[in-house]
Design a protein around this ligand. Structure first.
Ligand code: SF4
Length: 366
């Protein structure tokens, strides 16, 4: 048996896929809008974690028009639980573009799909193949892992050369095969059998074609890239109370959290002695602010965002004023029962719950 991926390999894979496939609600009827949104989400969020938030998102935005007509804040809020919120903003931009240029429909060619904000080569290939049966291979982490092992290619997944090689190889084989199902079959194999750790080669429908398996070197593939060094961050959050109101701040571009409503915050970077404030370039250090406002600490929380290893330090302050050098347009004194409606990040929601418990607030939202 030749250890080379061929049309025969993909046919075997398809036969397996048609037996084990799970029909997810977002792929029912191959609705291009739903496939678009879900593929954007699933590139960075695991499918099991995404199911519930996606269902809620589609409940609020069942089609391109409803997404285009919603405010950016509403779209970001309904995206909660999925993380990486720039994707929510880009989806809305995409919906506006589709409304203006394609009467609210997804275009049917790969090149036109690529023009839509939020749609890159992976998403364009997924929509083109799944919805319109066009022969465009998708190339995500699962596909690359499978092909790097089957071919025993000494490449790392993040190398753009890897994408190029994978797509070239598959493109030659897709003629005459159902493109959408073939893409889904390879992705499903990567998700369920050819997993990152402990792949189940004994259950693999294409093990007879796999070079890494034949040579017993599966664990050496894909080759590992060097990880970027971790960056430590101390995130100081100031929960400022004025009677029943809480001070929130509208952030435009604040380091790793962009365009969100959150609490005034200060970031410390212990590795290089730098600090950044959400309200201005404050000359105050954290300890000076704590002293000035007689801040009371809440429980510290650990959190991770991409390469950042974050320790969150919440501080509660009772004050009618806040730092003078803050742009007043960004501040919102908000009734405390409405605060959860603004908080998108899971870390901020945890902090708010901890604050609500400490204050004995028993609102249904908290
Ligand atoms: S035999 Fe193992 S390594 Fe090769 S494709 Fe199948 S699961 Fe992946």
């Amino acid at each position: 048996m030749s250890k080379r991926i061929s049309k025969q390999t993909l046919k075997k894979l398809l036969a397996w896929f048609w037996e084990v496939r799970e029909e997810y609600f977002f792929r029912e009827e191959r609705n291009p809008y739903r496939v678009w949104v879900s593929e954007v989400v699933l590139q960075q969020t695991r499918i099991q974690a995404a199911l519930k938030p996606l269902q809620r998102f589609f409940h609020h935005f069942p089609d391109v028009a409803s997404l285009a007509n919603a405010s950016e804040e509403k779209v970001v809020y309904e995206f909660r639980g999925l993380g990486y919120y720039s994707r929510a903003r880009n989806l809305r931009k995409g919906a506006l573009y589709l409304t203006e240029n394609f009467s609210g429909k997804l275009p049917k060619t790969y090149d036109e799909l690529l023009q839509v904000p939020s749609i890159g080569p992976y998403t364009a290939a997924a929509i083109a193949s799944i919805c319109f049966d066009l022969p465009h291979p998708v190339c995500d982490g699962n596909v690359k892992r499978v092909l790097l092992r089957v071919n025993k290619w000494p490449l790392v997944p993040r190398d753009p050369q890897t994408d190029k090689k994978c797509i070239q190889q598959l493109q030659k084989l897709y003629k005459g095969l159902p493109a959408g199902d073939t893409n889904e079959a390879i992705m499903e194999l990567g998700q369920k059998i050819c997993t990152r750790s402990k792949p189940k080669c004994g259950d693999c429908p294409i093990s007879e074609y796999c070079k890494a398996y034949a040579e017993d070197v599966v664990n050496d593939y894909p080759m590992k890239a060097q990880k970027p060094p971790k960056v430590d961050v101390n995130w100081h959050i100031f929960i400022v109370k004025r009677g029943e109101d809480i001070l929130l701040q509208r952030w435009n571009d604040f380091y790793f959290l962009k365009k969100q409503v959150a609490f005034p915050s200060l970031l410390e970077f212990p590795q290089d002695g730098m600090q950044k404030c959400s309200w201005s370039d404050s000359k105050h250090s954290v300890s000076q602010l704590i002293k000035k406002y007689e801040a009371q600490p809440l429980k510290t929380l650990k959190h991770g965002i991409t390469k950042h290893r974050i320790s969150i330090f919440p501080h509660v302050i009772s004050s009618k004023t806040w730092e003078k050098n803050t742009n007043k347009n960004t501040l919102l004194w908000t009734p405390q029962q409405q605060v959860p409606e603004y908080l998108v990040s899971s870390a901020l929601n945890k902090i708010w719950k901890s604050f609500a418990n400490s204050e004995n607030l028993h609102d249904e939202n908290t």
